[in-house]
Write a protein that binds this ligand. Sequence first.
Ligand SMILES: C[S@@+](CC[C@H](N)C(=O)[O-])C[C@H]1O[C@@H](n2cnc3c(N)ncnc32)[C@H](O)[C@@H]1O
Length: 244
Amino acid sequence: MRFDVITLFPEMVQAVVNGGVTGRAADRELIHLNCINPRDFTTDVHRTVDDRPYGGGPGMVMKPDCLVEAIRSAKSKMSDRKVIYLSPQGKTLNQSMLQEASKSAGLILLCGRYEGIDERVLELDVDEEWSLGDYVLSGGELGAMVIVDGITRLLPSVLGHSESANQDSFSDGLLDCPHYTRPEKFEGLSIPAVLKSGNHQEIERWRKMQALGRTFQKRPDLLDKLELTEQDKILLDTFLSGLK
Ligand SMILES: C[S@@+](CC[C@H](N)C(=O)[O-])C[C@H]1O[C@@H](n2cnc3c(N)ncnc32)[C@H](O)[C@@H]1O
């Protein structure tokens, strides 16, 4: 999987492969992260990447010429990849977007700064706009790092068996179940007895019930999108009656 990130702050984005799951994936060449600085595609002596907005107003706008050249340079290294502009006006990022992207050859991620980028870049060379959420950041770099991390952990053989992404929140539409580790008693709190029972069927049943129950409690909107089986409904009822 190849990521080309177009950014004025390559050292910031590069940090995503400095350690952890993404770092290991890069070391094993399961992902390749390449940063492209639009400044390298400027032609004036000052290497100008921004200019005043037409029509006046505050802030600066990233110039189209160096951005388009940077995108095309990324495409020349590997075509058949979507160009994604990180933008608060884009589609809000979710797990299915990451899952879908994890099946592709990679992405070209375009990070804006200042007031944003010249609109014509979107018309010419951008396939989609993705947002981290309904708030405004100073640049797209954090978004690009989020995307690289979120996709990398979904790639085959990136996570070990014990870290499997299949059980994470959202992978089956539910939130993940609670987790516990040693010590068995901590500040007066014990772990649920079933987890020590050694009965794997019962443990699986408990985990599913907890996943259903906490999704109901924390994110009922997720349950609305699912068609629960009769067995799931029974488990959820059991969870809820346990709260009474
Ligand atoms: C200060 S913002 C520009 C915001 C723009 N004037 C607007 O209101 O739509 C600068 C850059 O940060 C990035 N950015 C800001 N908020 C973001 C968000 N919620 N998701 C993804 N990228 C974001 C974009 O790349 C954007 O071009």
